[in-house]
Design a protein around this ligand. Sequence first.
Ligand code: BES
Ligand code: MG
Ligand code: ZN
Length: 497
Amino acid sequence: MPRYSTKNDKSQSQDCLIIPLFEDKLTPPDQFGDLVANAVKTKDFEGKKGQAIFLYTGNKVISRVLLLGLGKRKDFKLRSWKQIIGTAVISCQGKKAEKIGLVIPGDVGEFVDTKVLAKSTVVAIETANYSFDEHKSHEDAIVKSLKSVEFILDKKNWRVWNKGVEEGVIIGGAVNFTRHLGNTTPSTMTPTFLAGEAQRIVKKNSKLKIKVLAYPEIKRLGMGCFLGVAQGSSEEPKFIIVEYYGTTKSQKPTVLVGKGVTFDSGGLSLKPDPYMCNMKFDMLGGATVLGILDAVSKLGLKKNVIALIPACENMPGGKAYRPDDILINMEGKSVLVDNTDAEGRLILCDALSYAKRFKPKEVVDFATLTGSCFVALGNERSGLFSPEDKIVEKLLSSSETVGEQLWRLPMGEEYSEAMKCEIADIRNAGGVGERRYGGASTAAAFLQFFTLDKDGNSEYPWAHIDLSCSFYVGKGKPYIRGGANGFGVESLVEYLS
Ligand code: BES
Ligand code: MG
Ligand code: ZN
């Protein structure tokens, strides 16, 4: 992690000074006025959004300047700002620059709160700085982490800015923690290993408590759906419970549930060749809620938050569960297995039932649940499902604030109808009309069934976030390297703040 500091002059020694400029306000800081004016005169730099050019000063103190285009002032968006800053960090690393300065344009404060800007800027720097390098044998391929970042801005904003930086370091660290868990190879990232990682964050904070339930306890609780999925693997399942009490225990907790399938082969309904790749990421729902708890506890938020992570592998071993099996959930609800690849909902349904023990204020689950959600939204948005407008509005506005993208998708009777079944209470895969159409919504309908009591009344306000493919950056983008991207951590920390 780089060392952060705040300055109001630009003459510190740096490998690169980054100067973002708006298209309609191309006035650089005095020190490099001529240099920038020349780039503007030749039209090599016009301040258009995403434009980036290096200038060489011939000066020993600051040898390079990186001009960044921010586009028009009226179109300023935090999401683009973060991408522009991330891109600048990765470009600087390409030049082996380790000490960088960043000029904060005074007038961005017109569009966004200074603390939010500081926090988001640091998250963008931290996430761009992260690289999953532990398996590279060539020294040259290993990304050199930044050593220092100096923010150059008006002294009157320092106090608020520095507070934002402090929070950004915590949140950026949590996002990278989540990403790292996701990126870890699946033979290492077993349910037991994931539980160990949860234990590691808990040790660092006295407000966190952990319980890891092993097989006998899970069996005693009667989590038949979770155990059904787990039984095809030689890895023991774990049910991870992390509790954070930031305020009196009498305050109802927010319960966060995360899908922790450490590898999804599809089970006996085996995934065909290309679709099994990237299934190490199928535990990212679990990793996301651990990242959220890490940040929430380090920020000391005055909330009570509980994370529940059913963690197992979905494998086609000799003891594997089968299509046509009927599994019994911990509340006695029966599920016909239509497809063993629809395993996420089976492990989540026991966690959603277990959540009722905490009398939660609300429950939000995170899961890489359906290919359909990916087909519908692509990989820069996650699907949001909830029968309650209030929780939806709050989640949408929190994600908007931090520049993550959530999109509400429908729930409704037709989807619940599609999951009905003659020989059990519900089936684990169905579809509207043609099998599988509306798959993200039928999956949400399945989950919803387990948030209800026996009479069909909701036991707690609930929202489901389908991470579909939004958890992942394929080949990498200019502002973030490929692999898990930690989607959801920032939004939920904002939601709970
Ligand atoms: N983990 C997958 C969903 C997934 C697919 C996440 C691609 C990320 C990228 C999930 O367990 C799954 O296999 N879902 C099936 C459900 C179907 C069998 C009803 C799907 O979406 O195809
Ligand atoms: Mg699956
Ligand atoms: Zn899965």
